[in-house]
Design a protein around this ligand. Structure first.
Ligand code: MN
Length: 308
């Protein structure tokens, strides 16, 4: 829910022209419906965003959508991001590779000055889910020289060590995000960002719980939101750079394996892992995959079958 003056509400109405509904509830100025979100603005200044796809819609107007009453406190919370965050100079951070059997986890924090937002838009920076790898690589090659960023790559061997020592993937991610953000803060110092936005992967309290033994923790102006790529371009840029680093690393793994390593965690990665084991031996696996995934066992079963 947002509180706006009538002038702002009229601007919103203009924006949603074409998606306006004929019938308005009593006391409202307009009602609009876009793909997965209903917007109702009231004369009182209240604006309601209702539906599953509202984070991005509300983000356009500078605020995260409030949790639905039906959701419990334990679900991932939408940290309250400040009004107008989309137009601020901000650090954004995001990660790639957490669900991929092969390859590392890459986390990038990137700083986007508000003056650079139009340029980045022009260069095609947006939600990486709308971009294919080819596009992502092309954009990343340009923006890597424009914006300050820090890339943290957690290679498979180290990942497996940490995982076997009992560290959760959530904790690994929290540590990587925090470190990447600290690195960027140092790079841009003495300039400070107006906001730091983390693409939310865990509840805020859990995030800081994971960091409790870290020497330095970035906390000032740190906000969390799911689908943060749609809220600030810094997160979209971070996501693109993280994806680029991941894709490059996968290329290196493919060279080492002698064949193309697939992404994801579907049956194609089981096949590829089996092929790798047959070619190079089981002992090379920790350098290529996240061992605790169920895919490891599936690959071993395939190896047994193939060896007959
Ligand atoms: Mn993310």
């Amino acid at each position: 829910m947002l509180n706006r003056n009538l002038h702002e509400i009229m601007k919103m109405k203009e924006y949603y022209n074409g998606f306006l509904k004929d019938k308005n509830p009593p006391g409202s100025v307009f009602t609009a419906k876009v793909s997965a979100c209903s917007i109702t603005a009231y004369k009182s200044g209240k604006v309601l965003f209702q539906g599953n796809g509202c984070e991005i819609e509300a983000g356009k107007w500078g605020e995260a959508v409030e949790k639905k009453p039906a959701q419990t406190k334990s679900s991932v919370s939408k940290g309250k991001v400040p009004n107008g965050i989309s137009l601020m100079s901000a650090i954004g951070s995001d990660e790639v590779g957490t669900g991929d059997f092969f390859g590392p986890i890459t986390v990038v924090a990137a700083y986007v000055k508000k003056e650079d937002i139009p340029l980045l838009k022009e260069l095609g920076v947006r939600d990486s889910k709308d971009l294919n790898d080819e596009k992502i690589i092309a954009i990343a090659k340009v923006i890597k020289d424009i914006i300050p960023f820090s890339l943290m790559t957690l290679k498979n061997e180290k990942y497996n060590q940490l995982q076997q020592s009992g560290m959760s993937q959530g904790k690994m991610k929290a540590i990587l995000h925090n470190q990447a953000i600290l690195n960027v803060l140092e790079k841009i110092s003495p300039v400070k960002p107006q906001a730091i936005l983390i693409d939310q992967f865990v509840q805020e309290s859990t995030y800081y719980q994971h960091l409790k033994n870290q020497k330095a923790i970035a906390r000032e102006n740190v906000y969390f939101s799911t689908k943060a790529e749609g809220i600030h371009l810094a997160v979209a840029a971070a996501s693109i750079l993280a994806r680029f680093a991941f894709v490059q690393y996968m290329d290196k793994l493919s060279v080492a394996a002698g064949f193309t390593i697939p992404k994801g965690a579907g049956s194609q990665v089981d096949e590829a892992a089996a092929k790798l084991i047959l070619k190079k031996g089981r002992e090379v696996l920790p350098q290529f995959v996240k061992l605790h995934f169920a895919n490891s066992e599936k690959a071993m079963n395939l190896v047994k079958k193939k060896r007959g």
